[in-house]
Design a binder for this molecule. Structure first.
Ligand SMILES: [Zn+2]
Length: 405
């Protein structure tokens, strides 16, 4: 016996009673079949309802051959023929109805204005998309952002007119096909046709088994977020209903924070960000000039240290990165008699440079760094040791000097 679909009789039923027809246990979950239900099973791109049966949470609802099953975690403590009290999670359902009906209106508008056919619909937790194909209409070769905005405006005007959303049920396709459908029928019987607005010139008219509000006004708002080309079609990312409001609220928070950060208002924010970017570019160029000057000076200091050393020269420089120190070491390689050590206390790193003959840098690091729990390595000419504690560097340097004498 097919389950009586209360959501088809009245989509606003939130609480109802029903008789348990069958109860099974599958994979530790109860599978409940009722004589009638307001729980919408997943279908038409719309996810299933949640809610409770006698206070027990309904995790999933699905339909097979006209029979609707309700999944409850664990063993349900009611029996066949028992009357149960059911309640659907209305906020979740209403959000689904808003999003789903938003998709109808948007798809209907793309069809009416540009002949675009909705060939794919995704209604996930995070985002919603429709894939619009222009293949059947030669007047348009692409969907631009301006065209999408036009559709967005038209769709919202339908919401503001509070157009009725009417579902008509048909036993067979003959009668159903008399309606101005935007898509060919895929089923032969038990057909539900949803029309938004005037039946003579509807904003949308298509077969659909989902749940819809009675009036477009309940959708509240439709916002297109992005248009992208996908597999020769146009993928429209959008939000509808409460989700669109939440999106606006979140983005407003971000803009408000940016406004405060840049001392801007929303309308000069972009300009202020561009000005800051230009300033940053100039700062970077200036910083690079100073860096080059500093490097030149440090190279000269390193050369002086090499000249006055007994073969092992040690220098340490602040405010320069290890990459800069490498550049200094490499530029004085020809002047090293035995070993040059360049220290970065900030990065707890010691760079080793030699001519590669008198001292093998890589071997030296391998033999010594572990004494201070350090790590590192390198080759004959060049190596680096990284110590966990920079305060150990002076004693480590002493150790190196003693090791080489
Ligand atoms: Zn629908």
């Amino acid at each position: 016996m097919n389950t009586i679909k209360l959501f088809q009789e009245d989509v606003y039923i939130k609480k109802f009673t029903a008789t348990v027809i069958n109860k099974d246990i599958e994979d530790g979950k109860s599978v409940i079949i009722l004589d009638r239900t307001a729980f919408f099973p997943a279908g038409g791109g719309q996810s299933s309802d949640f809610g409770t049966i006698n206070g027990l949470s309904v995790l999933d609802v699905f339909e097979k051959n006209g029979v609707i099953s309700h999944i409850i975690s664990g063993s349900a403590d009611f029996n066949t023929d028992e009357m149960v009290t059911c309640e659907i999670d209305w906020p979740h359902r209403f959000k689904n109805m808003q999003r789903h009906c938003g998709e109808h209106i948007l798809s209907g508008m793309f069809f009416r204005e540009y002949g675009g056919v909705n060939r794919g619909f995704h209604m996930g937790k995070e985002y919603m998309t429709i894939d619009i194909s222009l293949e059947e209409n030669s007047n348009f070769t692409e969907i631009t952002w301006a065209m999408a905005k036009n559709i967005e405006n038209l769709s919202n005007s339908i919401i503001w007119k509070n157009a009725p959303v009417i579902t008509r049920f048909f036993e067979n396709r003959e009668e159903a096909e008399k309606l101005p459908l935007r898509k060919a029928l895929a089923v032969d019987d038990d057909i539900a046709i949803v029309c938004v607005g005037n039946i003579e010139n509807p904003s949308d008219c298509v077969a659909c088994c989902g749940t819809h509000p009675a009036f477009a006004g309940e959708v509240g708002l439709i916002k297109i977020l992005k248009v992208e080309i996908n597999k020769g079609m146009y993928r429209i990312h959008f939000k509808a209903g409460e989700e669109a409001l939440l999106d606006y609220q979140e983005k407003h928070e971000i803009i408000a924070k940016l406004n405060s950060r840049y001392s801007a208002n929303t309308f000069d924010l972009l300009e202020k960000v561009f000005i800051q970017e230009e300033k940053n570019k100039a700062y970077r160029a200036q910083l690079n000039t100073f860096r080059q000057l500093l490097l030149k000076e440090r190279v000269m200091e390193t050369e002086a240290a090499l000249v006055s050393s007994d073969g092992i020269a040690v220098v340490s420089f602040e405010a320069l990165k290890v990459d800069d120190l490498l550049q200094i070491g490499r530029s004085v390689t020809d002047e090293i008699s035995k070993l040059l050590l360049i220290i970065s206390y900030e990065e707890s790193t010691i760079l080793f440079f030699s001519d590669g003959k008198t001292v093998d840098c890589g071997k030296l690091v391998k033999e010594t760094a572990h004494i201070y729990n350090g790590k590192g390595g390198g080759n004959n000419n060049q190596a680096r040791a990284i110590l966990p504690k920079p305060e150990n560097i002076p004693t480590y340097i002493d150790l190196i000097q003693k090791h080489l004498r």
